[in-house]
Design a binder for this molecule. Structure first.
Ligand code: PRX
Length: 652
């Protein structure tokens, strides 16, 4: 077998390589030639109450998988393991930031999910209701998601770094009637006052009837006796059983908000049968876990990586996972390596931004720990730069473990392009996500919608529906069609630049739209601009990104102040603080640049390339392809003017 982890691609043209690729290709071909037959075979991995009538109902742009099939997500993740010989197998090793630990078996999880579901039922939660969850990374976050799923309620997890306004936007869009939160959480030794943040949000959320509180931190948050209920006050005993709701395969399981090109986040709606099958199968193919594996995904459950590969896929597969609540560098920069050593983690899944942060702090923090248990390493969120790839490969994987670079999105539900070491091994190329997952049919298109040839950069588009695809944008079919299906009719458009090389390897080259990736998290310039103009000193603003050594990209705001406001250092600090409160820590700008004028085309559109070039300190480059009436000279003049204003603002 070809050595996996070969990072130079040197085995690419040996017979061995050709042979190993053929094994993958045989399975892949079958998935593309007969997708319905292929997925029907795979679907036996789930426990169905009723088999589907139709594998795929494809009514473009809507794909409905396993139509007529009945199942419940919490049964897939918990009941069937708790009722098998896996009953006492550990499902979750939880490590709190303070050093507290909990070990939860599948049987424990079964008990906890039933008790939580019973509490939700007492609060009147029923099938189809939306429930917002704003919790730190404690086991109750997972239990709450599964308890909602048990009742057929649609969970809407909101990352615990988001602000009150961001919670309110998501709760109001989803019309959730309940928010589940906790007294607080821990982050770098401090208490995150989550309940207080929720209290502020709730004043703007008319649909919220109750707030359900998990007691976690030691402090006493303010309690509103009309609205707030402590979970501990309504929990039944261990023997409680809540009959799982019989769900259609195509019923929604959750809504997760993500940034798009509009000012407000979009509710990405995922279904049940197709999503669960896709998440679990892709995990098996990509990471090749065994039943003995100890798996750790460092993502927060508030993001799609957490939903698919921290909660649903590992539990559907009945695996043992580690979950960690806190910051990677607390109390010291080797906290993660301590955790790997302590739990003997075999499969480790993280982001390039984390790797770059560790790289910067030096390998001595890594080499003092025994990481020999690691067998497979994953990467997600953005393309991993070759330097970070090599460091990860050398120091975490001891030059002996493959790096599974997984390209996918909130909308895709699961991996789309990724090495599949559970199918076959082949040489890796640092920075390439290698080949499509079975069932995924991508193509690179040029700006005219024609197939770009090999080695040509274009945008990636997906030709066929796949089981993990989003059902819709929550209550916004128009946005769903416009965002994903209108750019190239008949194709799903993920919005990324891409290239396929001579060897057939796929390279994902970053966003082709106005979406910024900060530490792998998605935020649109429109959303930033929408938030910043709410500041009373700001007349107009434009957001862009500059490259950042650790975060990948960092936010830069160009701001025009109202007459009378001064572009002082204090004003900058105030705007930075404002952005954190308006959206959350993800939206923290690195630079705020005060200007009198923004570069605009004759038709009034912001010249985004000019902003980006000035913020990044790079030349403006080729400006001959502007589709506006604006002349090249005007663009260059705008560039020079903004550059001069920027220098002045940064010096000031
Ligand atoms: O641009 C791609 C980038 O992240 C986007 C999706 O972001 P989000 O929905 O927040 O999901 C992140 C976790 C799946 C994609 O459009 N992206 C994600 N993974 C990779 C990547 N870009 C290159 N390589 C990756 N492995």
């Amino acid at each position: 077998m070809t050595t996996i982890g070969n990072n130079s691609g040197e085995n690419l043209h040996t017979n061995e390589f050709v042979w190993s690729l053929k094994c993958y290709q045989a399975l892949y071909r079958r998935s593309i030639d007969d997708p319905e037959g292929f997925w029907a075979e795979q679907a036996s991995a789930l426990t169905w109450e009723k088999t589907w009538d139709k594998v795929l109902d494809w009514n473009p742009p809507y794909g409905r998988w396993f139509k007529g099939g009945k199942l419940n997500a919490s049964v897939q993740c918990v009941d069937r393991h708790a009722q098998s010989e896996k009953r006492h197998k550990v499902a979750l090793y939880w490590e709190g930031e303070t050093g507290d630990t909990r070990t939860i078996t599948y049987n424990d999880l079964f008990i906890d999910v039933n008790r939580f579901a019973s509490a939700l039922k007492k609060m009147g939660i029923q099938k189809g209701d939306r429930v917002a969850i704003y919790l730190p990374m404690i086991p109750e976050l997972i239990t709450a998601m599964l308890a909602c799923a048990r009742l057929g309620a649609i969970h809407c997890v909101i990352f615990s770094g988001f602000s009150a306004q961001a919670i309110a936007d998501r709760v109001n869009d989803s019309k959730a009637k309940l928010i589940i939160t906790s007294s607080g959480g821990y982050r770098r030794g401090k208490i995150l006052a989550l309940k207080e943040i929720v209290d502020e949000a709730v004043t703007k959320c008319p649909t919220v009837e109750k707030v359900l509180l998990v007691k976690y931190t030691s402090h006493n948050p303010p309690i509103n006796t009309e609205k707030d209920i402590w979970l501990s006050d309504i929990l039944d005993g261990d023997g409680t059983y809540v009959k799982p709701e019989s769900m259609d395969s195509t019923d929604p399981l959750f809504i997760l908000y993500t940034s798009g090109t509009t000012g407000t986040p979009k509710g990405i709606l995922h279904g049940t049968g197709g999503y669960l099958l896709y998440a679990s199968k892709t995990m098996q193919w990509a990471f090749n876990p065994s039943q003995e594996s100890i798996y750790w995904c460092t993502a927060d459950a508030g993001w799609i990586t957490g939903h698919s590969y921290l909660v649903y896929a590992p539990l559907v597969l009945g695996l043992t996972s580690v979950i960690y609540e806190g910051a990677p560098d607390f109390p010291a920069i080797d906290r993660w390596w301590q955790i790997i050593e302590k739990y003997r983690v075999n499969i480790f899944y993280t982001s390039p931004t984390a790797i770059r942060m560790f790289m910067r702090n030096g390998e001595e923090w890594v080499t003092k720990h025994d990481l020999s248990s690691v067998q497979v390493m994953g990467s997600v969120g953005e393309a991993i730069n070759p330097e970070a790839w090599r460091w990860y490969y050398k120091y975490i994987g001891a030059e002996n473990c493959p790096i599974v670079d997984t390209w996918w999105q909130t909308e895709t539900g699961g991996f789309m392009i990724s090495p599949c070491i559970g199918i076959q091994t082949y040489p890796l190329k640092p920075g390439s996500a290698t080949f499509p997952m079975p069932g995924v049919d991508p193509v690179v298109l040029d700006s005219n919608g024609q197939e770009a040839g090999l080695n040509k950069t274009g945008v990636i588009a997906i030709r066929k529906p796949w089981p993990g695809m989003l059902l819709d944008v929550y209550q916004n079919a128009e946005l769903y069609q416009k965002t994903y299906w209108s750019r190239f009719p008949g194709y799903y458009a993920p919005g990324d630049f891409s290239m396929k090389d001579d060897d057939g390897y796929w390279w994902l080259l970053g966003r082709a739209d106005e979406v910024i990736k900060v530490s792998g998290h998605r935020i649109s310039t429109a959303e930033l601009e929408h938030a910043i103009v709410g500041h009373n000193a700001v007349a107009e603003a434009a957001a862009t990104a500059k490259p950042d050594e650790v975060k990948g990209e960092a936010i830069v705001l160009f701001v025009i102040l109202h007459a009378g406001s001064v572009g002082s250092t204090d004003q900058k600090k105030e705007i930075i603080k404002y952005m954190r409160t308006a959206i959350g820590t993800v939206a923290t700008p690195d630079d705020v640049i005060f200007v009198d004028k923004l570069p605009k085309t004759r038709s009034g559109k912001i010249m985004r390339r000019v902003l980006k070039a000035v913020a990044s300190g790079t030349p403006i480059g080729d400006v001959t392809t502007l589709d506006d009436q604006t002349s090249v000279e005007e663009v260059i003049a705008a560039y020079e003017e903004l550059k001069a204003a920027t220098t002045k603002s940064l010096q000031g």
